[in-house]
Ligand binder design. Sequence first.
Ligand code: G3H
Ligand code: 13P
Ligand code: NA
Ligand code: ZN
Length: 328
Amino acid sequence: ALVSLRQLLDHAAEYNYAIPAFNVNNMEQMLAIMSAGHSTDSPVIMQASRGARSYANDIVLSHIIQAAIELYPHIPVCMHQDHGNSPATCLSAITHGYSSVMMDGSLAADGKTPTNFQENVQVTSKVVELAHMVGVSVEGEIGHLGSLETGKGEAEDGHGFEGSLSRDMLLTDPEEAETFVSLTNVDALAIAIGTSHGAYKFTRKPDGEILAMDRLQEIHARIPRTHLVMHGSSSVPQELQDIINDAGGQIEPTWGVPVEEIQLGIKSGVRKVNVDTDLRLALTGAIRKTFALNPSEFDPRKYLMPGREAMSKVCRERYEQFGTAGHA
Ligand code: G3H
Ligand code: 13P
Ligand code: NA
Ligand code: ZN
């Protein structure tokens, strides 16, 4: 059944687990995520970025997610807008049946310019007011995703801001987070602790210098009842990098967010963990491997089915690792 993000995260908080939010662009990803949710008995969050909505078409994508709900009526499913850039984006998601929206007011509607606190509060409050009228949840964001190694804040297109930002400009300020939540009444809060989107998060295994888990704990101590969201939380497993590279790909050496750090975060209020890159790597690796072993193959089902299986395996692992399994 379709449920709101708030319903899922309240339950997760009560039982001390988190739910991975997987990005969806197509049927293969939906089927992979749902089959993992089914086999581990997990509640499911599927999220669509603005890019996903324009890639797959709004009508097609919302029907793909409706199909998931029809196929697995016993699994609670939240359908979430990832990184909404404006009230208009969030409202159009709601008209297409989404049960949750992210209003990312940390950036202006251009997806590039960092906003100030007041602008963020204003745009987020507006979305909360409207969304809550129809039972839709809202995720806000305070702070700027980006790298503590380079000081590059992250624009929506994955490219850095001009210039470099200090640690304090990038990371979420605990006091601001507290004020933001009380002024906006968001259901969940995305925070910045040094993660970034995509495969190239860290040039070495992250320690406290470049992944600020201490900051997360300070935020949780101030707002213990707020559901926290970790973005940029793919683990970028070495074995998935190897599968791609062994089959002719070129992924440069890189590190993601170790699962054990996310598990630490779950002890400090993290209830939603955004994962996109790991499924992209799994799908691409399986397709490359199929072609490497059988260059004459041209039936898309023959390489997309291994791709689905590889994505589903990642989803099953995250459902187990984040404690989601068994809570559907
Ligand atoms: O926000 C980042 C997610 O990985 C979605 O990426 O905007 O390329 O669909 P996308
Ligand atoms: P990854 O690129 O680490 O998978 O992050 C996805 C994300 O944060 C989507 O909002
Ligand atoms: Na989101
Ligand atoms: Zn994100």
